[in-house]
Design a protein around this ligand. Structure first.
Ligand SMILES: [Zn+2]
Ligand SMILES: [Zn+2]
Length: 386
């Protein structure tokens, strides 16, 4: 193996250079030696890899400290005790470099976006379709299968999406010579850069159609409609998105279809307000029921339930109907219905009622307004809204 050059020398920076300087130096080197800019140039490729290796070490505080102390010897596979991922031996592959540092020299007005995919042909992908589905509480609780009628781009039924009249209707694309890509030079912040982009003539397929399909005119697609069944699991919540792969718009020239994104919207239910998998019902009871106890009716997901009110029930008390809430979307059990009690005080009294209440107010148990009870309510509320 050839003697390695000093990492600082590779990037052309001082030994005390700060992180920003190192990053800038690497970016400069990476752009200079980028394979897209130097097609088929082995030396440039080696330099490109060398710069990536130097940057990998110098941009990491631990590795840099080790390198400063021990030099290249400190960078060997086992010696470092792990944590050294890149190139103990063979060095970085081009894929590794794009994977790890691609964002440093990519993303500038197109930059070197094509770098990684230059080996394969570009394939067109249809766009995603986003659709909102409104569910009531019962549908959320039980799960539901929805048949959705989607207006979308579909594959042409005459040519099956190819856009060609038949299988002998193809010729190699003259603009890209069959590669599917064209290379253009543009001026950018970093100087002149080569950019690979999908060939506009053939859309990346590398071939053109001599005799086009008479129905779609060679596009391979047409506007259409599809009825798609979407199975929505129980327990979904507002804002969740279900992805149905390949059910979005069809792509030109037989590419990959986009996805159908189903956004869940919950209908508001004023009687049962959702809190995670629990449902909250605010229930008013009369003063006499609160004092004497009784039985009241509360709404549930699929009907009603009767519950007992104990004598001496205070406002703010929470009664739990276990397991009557919503199922967990991941299958972890089921929530509760929580009935929060409030007490209705009559706004007006008849003369007779007034007399009775006045009489009542003279009784010993009605004379006392203890602060303890209020505190209990407060505690309960606190626990409730934990
Ligand atoms: Zn067609
Ligand atoms: Zn082409």
């Amino acid at each position: 193996m050839a003697e390695k050059r000093d990492y600082y020398e590779v990037l052309g920076v001082e030994r005390n250079a700060d992180a920003d300087t190192i990053k800038k130096a690497y970016r400069k080197a990476a752009i200079k030696h980028h394979p897209d800019k130097n097609p088929g140039n082995k030396e440039a490729e080696e330099k490109f890899k060398e710069a990536a290796e130097a940057y990998d070490v110098l941009s990491n505080d631990d590795k840099r400290a080790r390198y400063d102390r021990f030099g290249h010897a400190g960078m060997g596979g086992a010696a470092g005790g792990g944590g050294f991922s890149g190139f103990s031996g063979g060095g970085f592959s081009m894929e590794d470099i794009f994977e790890q540092f691609g964002d440093i020299f990519g993303g500038f007005g197109g930059g070197f976006g094509g770098g990684r995919s230059s080996r394969g042909r570009a394939q067109q992908r249809g766009s995603d379709i986003r659709i909102t589905v409104k569910l009531n509480l019962q549908e959320v609780a039980e799960g539901v299968t929805k048949k959705l009628k989607i207006n979308k781009t579909v594959a042409c039924d005459q040519c099956g999406g190819s856009g060609a009249k038949d299988s002998s209707s193809y010729a190699t694309c003259s603009q890209c010579n069959g590669s599917g890509y064209i290379i253009s030079v543009q001026n950018s912040f970093f100087g002149r850069m080569q950019t690979q982009s999908v060939c506009p003539s053939c859309g990346g397929s590398g071939r053109t159609i001599k005799d086009k399909c008479s129905k779609c005119g060679g596009e391979g697609t047409e506007r259409g409609q599809e009825i798609i069944e979407v199975k929505i699991p129980a327990g979904v919540a507002d804002g969740m998105v279900l992805t149905v792969r390949g059910k979005g718009n069809a792509a030109r020239n037989g590419g990959v279809s986009g996805d159908l994104l189903v956004v869940i919207e919950e209908e508001h239910n004023p009687l049962l307000i959702r809190d995670g998998n629990d449902l909250i019902h605010n229930m008013n009871i009369t003063v006499t029921t609160a004092i004497l106890g009784g039985e009241v009716e509360v709404p549930t997901i699929d009907g009603k339930a009767r519950i007992k009110i104990a004598p001496g029930t205070h406002a703010g008390k929470v009664l739990r109907l276990r397991g009557k809430g919503l199922p967990d979307v991941n299958g972890y059990g089921r929530g509760d219905i929580m009935v929060v009690v409030d007490i209705t005080i009559p706004d007006e009294l008849t003369k007779e009622e007034r007399n009775l209440v006045e009489k009542l107010s003279e009784q010993p148990n009605f004379k006392r307004a203890s602060g303890v009870e209020n505190q209990n309510i407060f505690e309960r509320m606190k626990n409730f809204f934990r």
